[in-house]
Design a protein around this ligand. Structure first.
Ligand code: ADP
Ligand code: GLC
Length: 473
């Protein structure tokens, strides 16, 4: 089967979060299963672009309102990723270092989608399914069916839309409708939600199938979807949950080149300790104490706003019993608060504010516990990586965290789960982790070995996606 993934991110070309990891891994597993999976993302100016060689495969022109632009499509020559990676270049819109965060993001991603559509219409290789991810590519299922320049060629090609995060919907004011290509006006309702052009809603309404990245998240969307609850209730028949996997080759403590010392289950204790010591040296912490970590975007969804108070309380209640390293970036006030706290609690709390892929690997390996108090977590990959590295996750009972972590108080449990995204619940859970570490080290080791043995690789979920494609082909 020939699958084309269209996305804003794909690791290692472009990653801002878990979407990049998923689109960098799923196609690899689909290829391995004997299919042809290809990926197209915008040609941002990221380091990966300059490290590789590319060949030009197509050039064209499109129009965004009154703005005429040229685009080109290039392909990575060596095919080292295990699938074909295509990039779309649009000068003036996509030639920037970051994936998101520009004022003209709506125009950038509409121009990207128009270019992809136009390219695919001219392509000799016709995909059997076009799989789009999140709102940045959410207009594509609509364009394929109802936009005059594309529908004759693409109407019959099935589209699948995966929701990685429904908090962000890509809202565009109707006054900008001329950014869209000419389309069947009778179908305007399909791109509208709550008085705006809503690319996420457009995809849910227009795609042949819709998936979420965990089962529990799909259930939650019917009650809490940033204003789109009714739509999820109405469209439930075409929606299903397929849990994310992990790239078991990139995230493997026994081969990970980014670690100070690699380790398998058999060398779990010395391996983790060596990595922990190097982290503690870097951040000025005591390697004999249990080490907690938080890795992630510093945003409300991740409950990052609670962290300063959590840190104060932990540092007071558990005075000399623990250390914490935080790696993250996001809200600027929060960033500077955390920076300040790292100075206030020198020797016990360390923070790296920014994005640092290598440090994230070392933290999954060197920490004893990973904290993920998310208010919303459609799947979450951090807890899966942590477990692969023998690090016990402390998670809030929501979305993909609920589907992948069982509390140690339950039968065969292996993590710590709490119900509320509140300072009290988080601090209480840290206390439970400390008691485990101090009073029951053999149980902790048993849990670590247990979680390291889990197979969260993409094999199973890749097969579920293939079944879904087959069902609509
Ligand atoms: P989300 O996509 O909502 O941010 P996920 O748990 O799905 O959450 O994925 C987050 C991904 O981004 C993981 O690979 C995590 O290691 C990585 N990550 C998040 N913040 C940082 C950071 N500051 N530095 C390095 N990696 C980070
Ligand atoms: C989103 C979600 C996260 C999920 C990731 C990959 O960014 O916030 O929970 O793991 O996408 O699907």
């Amino acid at each position: 089967m020939k699958i084309l993934h269209v996305s804003a991110e794909c690791y290692p070309m472009a990653k801002a979060g878990g979407l990049g990891d998923v689109v960098g891994a799923l196609p690899k597993y689909q290829q391995r299963a004997g299919h042809v999976a290809q990926v197209v993302v915008p040609m941002y100016r990221t380091p990966y672009l300059y490290k590789k060689e590319w060949e030009l495969v197509h050039q064209g022109r499109q129009q965004l309102g009154t703005y005429q632009f040229s685009y080109s499509v290039i392909r990575e020559k060596s095919r080292e990723l295990g699938f074909d990676l295509y990039l779309v270049d649009i000068n003036g819109l996509l030639d920037r270092p970051k994936v998101y965060g520009y004022e003209d993001d709506p125009q950038r991603f509409i121009a990207f989608q128009l270019s992809v559509m136009d390219w695919v219409c001219h392509w000799t290789h016709r995909p059997d399914v076009i799989h789009v991810h999140d709102h940045h590519t959410g207009l594509i299922p609509f364009f394929m069916r109802y936009a005059y320049p594309f529908r004759d060629k693409l109407q019959g090609v099935p589209s699948v839309f995966t929701i990685h995060n429904a908090q962000y919907q890509g809202w565009i004011d109707w006054q900008h409708r001329d950014w869209l290509p000419p389309y069947d006006e009778w179908k305007s309702g399909l791109i509208e939600w709550a008085g705006q052009i809503n690319p996420l809603a457009a995809a849910v309404k227009s795609a042949w199938k819709v998936t979420t990245v965990s089962y529990s998240y799909l259930e939650e969307l019917r009650h809490s979807a940033n204003g789109m609850e009714k739509l999820f209730e109405y469209e439930r028949g075409k929606c299903s949950g397929i849990l994310n996997g992990i790239d078991a080759a990139v995230w493997d403590p026994s081969t990970d080149p980014l670690l100070v010392k690699s380790y398998g289950i058999d060398q779990l204790a010395p391996g983790k300790q060596a990595n922990k010591e190097s982290l503690c040296q870097q951040f000025g912490l005591d390697p004999q104490k249990p080490l907690f970590t938080f890795i992630g975007r510093l945003v409300h969804e991740k409950a990052a706003d609670l962290l300063p108070e959590v840190i104060h309380q932990c540092m007071h209640h558990f005075v000399d019993r623990m250390s914490l390293i935080l790696l993250g970036s996001g809200d600027s006030t929060l960033e500077s608060n955390l920076h300040q706290l790292a100075q206030q609690y020198t020797g016990r709390f360390g923070a790296y504010i920014g994005y640092y892929e290598e440090l994230s690997h070392r933290l999954y390996a060197g920490a004893d516990f990973l904290l993920m108090p998310s208010r919303v977590e459609p799947c979450g990959l951090n807890q899966l990586y942590a477990m692969r590295y023998g690090t016990v996750p402390l998670v809030r009972n929501t979305g993909g965290l609920r589907d992948t972590v069982v509390d140690m108080g339950e039968w065969q449990g292996f993590g710590i789960r709490f119900d509320q995204a509140s300072v009290e619940d988080i601090v209480y859970s840290v206390g439970r982790a400390l008691d485990l570490y101090e009073q029951n080290p053999s149980k902790l080791q048993g849990m670590q070995r247990h979680i390291m043995g889990f197979d969260h690789s993409w094999d199973r979920s890749a097969a579920q996606y293939l079944e879904l494609y087959q069902s609509i082909r």
